[in-house]
Ligand binder design. Structure first.
Ligand SMILES: Nc1ncnc2c1ncn2[C@@H]1O[C@H](COP(=O)(O)OP(=O)(O)OP(=O)(O)O)[C@@H](O)[C@H]1O
Length: 475
């Protein structure tokens, strides 16, 4: 018997079911219907654009394997998005991908080849002398200025970013350092600058790289004895964007090589854009000469967005996803998730998902449940700097005192509490905690953690300190 859309999809599902958790299977694969098979292209119907994006982001590999097994190397997957409208009896909502704007012009479909979306930087090093090399920018076009909404919290950074995009290397914002807390848009803005520069100046070489990947490449180049090729490669770039520069902390070799690359680019009028989760003045274990370079240009902070900006961000996201939501729910979300835009987006996504899977209307009750679960289940990432600040404030001392060598009992206890919470709330090693909290060694941190455990179970007053601080750091 010939293959049908149902039979091919049925076989794919059996394979997928064996390879992912039952919960994920139920959530993401049960609602899909196979609708058409022509040649090697299978069309599947999904309930929303968000659903399609989720599949592409999380399951594209397994879909590819399953489909190739069934239909061979030329297999193609076509998504048909059909969203049942949860409000009244309007027409089902349909949308064309990858258009940014909702449309209701019938049942649109689009070919989405099964491929890996985020190309790796292949063979990053080039032979010196060959200048005409094409370098993949590694930019995400969705992170652009249009989708980066302006508010008081980001106006300076956004305007500086625009100025840099109009005249890369030609403003006094060089380097441009964008800093701010977790999930406030540093990566988005950094990409937006790169994307805009590519639009204005397609011939310029732009490269986005995370500091982590830069470090890995550097280590690799030392191992393979091609450190010079590594340096030459980076010196060819017109606009270098390095994300999460604070991760160079404590890595002397990488800092050194970055220093040389930075100087070369700067001297030659090339633009450097950096992001960091802290201001240069708060960066630890970064060489002074490098820190002073960071301060040459402009350091612009991304702050927590105010209420109006949070509302605009939610509305914009809903518009892009083609979803409507009552005003009171939008306000509820904006009032309850304030400190991290990624969390705000996560809650909206959960809400859309719940409503589209269960065909339930989006109600305030549902929103409350999701925000409760979402916010409770999201363990906030806390930095060691932040912990030291909260502990010092709590004991009304400054951070220098907390880190000092003094043996005064209340200061020792505050320091031990900071170490205890750093161990509990971050992924940092004992050695790294020790070096950041008053240059102590790992044994001191271990001793501090044990002491806090002991005291918390024997001393009522001390237990209160632990509980208060725990609340302050995790609420
Ligand atoms: N002003 C904005 N307008 C629209 N979306 C935004 C804005 N700022 C941030 N976002 C969105 O919030 C999410 C988190 O942003 P991003 O990843 O850039 O944060 P980050 O500061 O780099 O976080 P991290 O500290 O974890 O690296 C992204 O999906 C981004 O598109």
């Amino acid at each position: 018997m010939g293959k049908t859309a149902e039979s091919v999809w049925g076989n794919c599902l059996s394979f997928i079911e064996d390879n992912i958790t039952p919960q994920a299977y139920k959530t993401w694969f049960s609602p899909i219907k196979a609708v058409k098979l022509s040649d090697a292209a299978l069309s599947i119907q999904v309930p929303s654009k968000f659903f399609y994006e989720w599949l592409e982001e999380h399951y594209v590999k397994i879909l590819k394997v399953a489909l190739t097994k069934e239909l061979g190397e030329t297999a193609k997957l076509v998504y048909v998005i059909k969203m049942e409208n949860t409000y009244g009896n309007k027409q089902p909502f349909t949308e064309r991908i990858p258009s940014e704007k909702p449309s209701n012009v019938g049942n649109q479909q689009v070919d989405v080849p099964v491929k890996h979306k985020d190309p790796e930087l292949k063979n990053p090093f080039v032979i010196p002398g060959i200048r005409n090399v094409k370098i993949e920018s590694q930019l995400n076009p969705r992170y652009n200025f249009e989708s980066f909404l302006e508010g008081d919290s980001n106006r300076l950074a956004r305007s500086a970013g625009l100025a840099v995009s109009n005249k890369p290397g030609g403003t006094s914002f060089n380097p441009l350092l964008v800093f701010g807390g977790v999930g406030l848009g540093k990566t988005h803005l950094a990409h937006a600058i790169g994307v805009q520069i590519k639009e204005h100046y397609p011939e310029r070489t732009v490269l986005y790289i995370s500091a982590e990947k830069f470090t890995q490449q550097y280590i690799e180049s030392v191992k393979k004895n091609n450190r010079n090729d590594f340096i030459h490669f980076y010196q060819l770039i017109d606009v270098l964007i390095v994300d999460d520069i604070q991760l160079l902390s404590g890595k002397a070799g990488t800092q050194d090589v970055f220093f040389h690359i930075f100087n070369h680019l700067h001297q030659n009028g090339k633009q450097v854009i950096l992001t960091s989760d802290k201001a240069p003045v708060d960066m630890q274990d970064i060489e002074q000469r490098l820190l002073s370079r960071f301060k040459w240009g402009l350091s612009a902070e991304l702050q927590q967005p105010d209420f109006e900006t949070r509302i605009s961000i939610i509305k914009n996201k809903l518009f892009r996803d083609g979803v409507e939501m009552p005003e009171e729910i939008i306000e509820f979300l904006a009032n309850n998730i304030k400190t991290n835009i990624r969390e705000l987006e996560g809650a909206i996504i959960s809400l859309i998902a719940h409503s589209s899977f269960n065909k339930r209307e989006i109600t305030l009750d549902l929103a409350k449940k999701i925000v409760d679960n979402y916010v409770k289940n999201t363990k906030r990432e806390v930095s060691i700097d932040y912990i030291q600040k909260v502990v010092s404030d709590y004991f009304q001392m400054d951070v220098d005192t907390l880190q000092s060598k003094t043996r005064k009992r209340h200061i020792v206890q505050a320091r031990q509490l900071a170490m205890f919470f750093a161990k509990k709330l971050t992924k940092a090693s004992l050695a790294s905690i020790g070096s950041q909290i008053g240059s102590r060694d790992h044994a001191t941190v271990l001793h501090a953690c044990k002491t806090v455990d002991n005291l918390a179970s024997t001393d009522k007053q001390f237990r209160k300190f632990v509980e208060d601080l725990d609340k302050k750091l995790t609420m």
